[in-house]
Design a protein around this ligand. Structure first.
Ligand code: SF4
Length: 384
């Protein structure tokens, strides 16, 4: 069953841009995606406004299937259940092995519901109470299972749900993330580990924000997290502590930057709208043309990595290709052509079809001429 999502508070201008459509909540995955492509203003504004990017892509005629496959979700659930069976026996064993202290007396607070209530605000309130109790030493050996953390993201309250927070060990709490990709001989897919680390960093910052708001020390939360994976080709769990310091800085930087997103939205034209709602007669509040014009007012920073992490990637890729934007060939090509607006311009200079070189383009055009000359010699077989 999907976790109920509460309405979330947000900025006035960004709310107006979204119109009557329900705000899409920030998730740890969304926040970390911003660190992958921090220069993309388009995504920053869409996420801050809580626009459903999947729906928007559909309205722009470029839908993109996204999210975990049903098979991956089933595998993840089965692994989660296994860790929690028999009073969380396997999770507690891992904590003992990886964090190196006796944990026999550890108790678990199951925060999947509070009473019978699965709503996020009461679960978040209970999580806060327990974190404070742990920080003040009123609760010592308490593992939090699926706590709900809150994080202020550009004036919006994001509700975030890590798999677990360990009990207090050596005066530190650790975020625990359970993932279903395998660790074979102690090695796991580096990209997936990095992605999990970024999400863990978001959770660490959220716990620290909660403690700070209560005047409690934030260094109670470790800057390492425990990543739990299936071991080799079995379903036995394997745990590894992963350092988060770099990710904490990257995520904090993005969160600070998001606080200025509203000023970017303020620069949009007065008729700009991202309203995806429909009226009672089923008529869309905004036409596809209006939506497209607004999206085009927001500068994109497309790169091939967008395909893995953004619902608008098909739309942005096609625009980049049509405009001969070098970014669709990757950041390496884009960064090699500073001052040249597109690949057509670069080719025109390289082929000698243009010689109106601006002062700021001199260096890159000289490199292009050298490259073109070398290529011609190679193809002509006359290299000296
Ligand atoms: S796909 Fe488009 S909106 Fe999404 S991050 Fe890339 S450039 Fe930005």
């Amino acid at each position: 069953m999907a976790t109920p999502t509460p309405p979330q508070a947000g900025g006035g201008l960004l709310d107006r841009l979204r119109g009557d459509e329900r705000r899409q909540p920030y998730t740890a995955r969304k926040i970390t995606a911003l660190t992958v492509n921090p220069g993309c203003e388009r995504r920053a504004v869409l996420d801050a406004a809580g626009v459903d990017k999947q729906k928007l892509a559909l309205r722009l005629g470029q839908p993109m299937p996204f999210g975990q496959s049903p098979l991956a979700i089933t595998r993840q659930r089965a692994f989660d259940d296994q860790l929690k069976a028999y009073g969380y026996a396997e999770l507690i064993t891992l904590l003992r092995a990886e964090l190196g202290v006796p944990v026999e007396e550890a108790a678990v607070a199951d925060l999947n519901t509070v009473g019978e209530n699965a709503d996020l605000p009461p679960r978040a309130a209970e999580t806060k109470n327990l974190l404070r109790a742990i920080a003040e030493d009123r609760e010592y050996r308490l593992i939090l299972d699926h706590p709900i953390l809150t994080l202020d993201v550009a004036g919006t309250t994001a509700y975030l749900e890590p798999d677990a927070v360990s009990h207090r060990i050596g005066d530190q709490l650790h975020v625990v993330l359970v993932r279903s990709f395998a660790a074979v001989d102690g090695q796991a897919n580096a990209g997936k580990v990095a992605e999990a680390a970024k999400q863990a960093a978001v959770y660490v910052l959220a716990i620290r924000q909660t403690l700070q708001a209560s005047g409690l020390p934030i260094d109670l939360v470790s800057d390492r997290f425990l990543l739990v994976l299936p071991k080799d080709f079995t379903n036995r769990p394997y745990g590894r502590l992963v350092d988060l310091r770099q990710q904490l800085d990257a995520v904090q930087y993005q969160l600070d930057r998001l606080a200025t997103v509203e000023s970017r939205a303020a620069a949009l034209s007065p008729e700009a709208t991202l309203d995806l709602s429909h009226n009672a007669e089923g008529q869309p509040a905004a036409s596809a043309d209006q939506l497209l014009r607004t999206v085009e007012e927001l500068p994109r920073l497309y790169g091939p990595r967008c395909l893995d992490m953004c619902e608008l990637s098909r739309y942005c890729r096609d625009s980049a290709v049509n405009e001969h934007d070098p970014s669709h060939l990757g950041s390496g090509v884009r960064d090699s052509l500073p001052g040249l607006e597109n690949t057509s311009t670069a080719l025109a200079f390289a082929r000698g079809e243009r010689d109106d070189v601006a002062e700021t383009q001199k260096e890159v055009v000289a490199l292009l001429w050298t490259a073109a000359e070398l290529r011609a010699r190679r193809l002509g077989g006359g290299a000296s």
